[in-house]
Design a protein around this ligand. Sequence first.
Ligand code: GDP
Ligand code: MG
Length: 601
Amino acid sequence: AEIQYIRNFCIIAHIDHGKSTLADRLIQKGHLVEDRDFQDQILDNMDIERERGITIKSQAVTIPYTAADGHEYELNLVDTPGHVDFTYEVSRAINSCEGALLLVDATQGVQAQTLSNMYLALEHNLEIVPVINKIDMQAADINMARKQIDKDLGLDSSEALLVSARTGQGVDELFEAIVKRFPPPAGKVDAPLRALIFDCHYDPYRGVVVHVRLFDGTLKKGMKIRFMYNGTEYDVETVGVFKLALVETEELKAGDVGYFIAGVRTVSDVRVGDTVTGAENPCEKALPGFREIKPVVFSSIYPVDSNDYEELKTSIEKLKLNDASLVYEKDSSAALGFGFRCGFLGLLHLEVIQERLEREFDQSVIFTAPSVKYKVYVRNGPTAEEIMVDNPADYPGDGRVESADEPYIRASIITPTTFVGNIMTLCNEKRGVQTNMTYLDEKRVELVYNMPLAEVLFDFYDRLKSISRGYASFDYDITEYKKTDLVKLDILLNGKAVDALSQLVFRDNAQARARMVCERLQEEIPRQQFKIPIQGAIGSQVIARETVNALRKDVLAKCYGGDISRKRKLLEKQKEGKKRMKMVGDVELPQSAFLAVLKSK
Ligand code: GDP
Ligand code: MG
């Protein structure tokens, strides 16, 4: 399409407000897929997304649309995730669009990520169209939603569209609004190529597929392109657009969203946020790119089988292509051998990376206990030296630590008034200090807390959800570092400290944490030929203890005789289990033991 008939927009909202379902309706009306092949949340194509019912990756799709004015438009839609860990995905989507549909669930109203995503869109000068969704529901309160759009969002609610993404009601009007209210992209087709890499993925058959939004120029087969970050050049083999599948086209022009494949062999040449230009006629300045990613949670990844280190390395490289927010470097552990120290944007992000490594890349991995990044002041002669520590292994022992600071967040919690009491109790327990409390209306309160990030990592989100029956929403920003009282909690198996199980914890929490870890390990570690004491210790002081008893001789005896196929199954199962066992010193530790210590029950 010519540039005036292109619209690039994203759908943003709080989690579960109906973004992916609305994308479904738009895709269906665009006839991108036969009705019989349609499945709900069609853009959520990763297994984890479908199982958890959440969007993790932003996903682009091009929808043809003939408008009331008779013109054929090309609508490039990006569906985005809502969870706070994936805000980075949202901000990248926003960078490649001119407009945003801001969804508000008519039964829930404005929530924490409604606000934070709107601010992201405003920062980038996107045209915002408010959309009130789920109007088919009994509990829908359109007036409430309108009031909140006016008051909490500062948008004009008389311009809000009313839709049901479930039934399709209002979707025709929505299509027209997209065409009329979002501006076409501004760019010059005859200028030198300037394309923003907003995503990337690795295809086992085609190699690296680069997702781009063209701001200027054209991109076609045979062209020599240059990645501006490091100056490497490649020949373009194919270009195309996203129509659920990759569909090859002649060319991409200014304003378009699509992909190209250029036989990129060095995976690290492609960087999300980099600008692609023509090698013959390069543009002068790269596009602004994306904000630097600041991981907040750190953990190490090791292969269950040390021989798989190289394979794990290539898998992480490929996964990084599709998730630029993953940060990693080499790491090693006395207990687990070679691995990677990784930075994540939150605990859910960590879980997703773990699952993707296992499912998409078939890796058996162990993740160590997550940690935040501490500022530690270490005595160095008469002065104190400041070091950053995110790995318990790097925490100086021998009493040289003078003091430590930990990162704090500003947490915003929006909740129905009935849950305020219980939420305050939870926040206090998590060392939170309330800084503000605002009644948004008669039924909803916003609570603002200063809280240590480390407390949020551990078991906060689940408890908030359960005490508010899912109604409280939560968002946070990292604000500052503050004094803390830090200790290193070691876990000893059979008398030997296992470095991969150490954690840095707030002193007052150490006892409870140590007990919990010992109990969980006791449940997870299978009986072996000898008795295994499990101890939690700070320095030489043991603060918790459990024991795994030795295997009784007659357990094995029981397997003899009886059904042969059952016996074979048992052996199979044992073998399967063995593969996921890690020898740590003289103790066999199942992969699940490392996971168990991350979470309370
Ligand atoms: P997202 O997290 O914003 O992408 O939300 P989803 O599209 O995954 O939807 C969350 C849930 O709300 C799903 O169970 C949808 O079926 C449901 N849903 C979405 N839109 C509507 C709607 O208009 N009406 C009703 N009744 N349910 C909806
Ligand atoms: Mg979704």
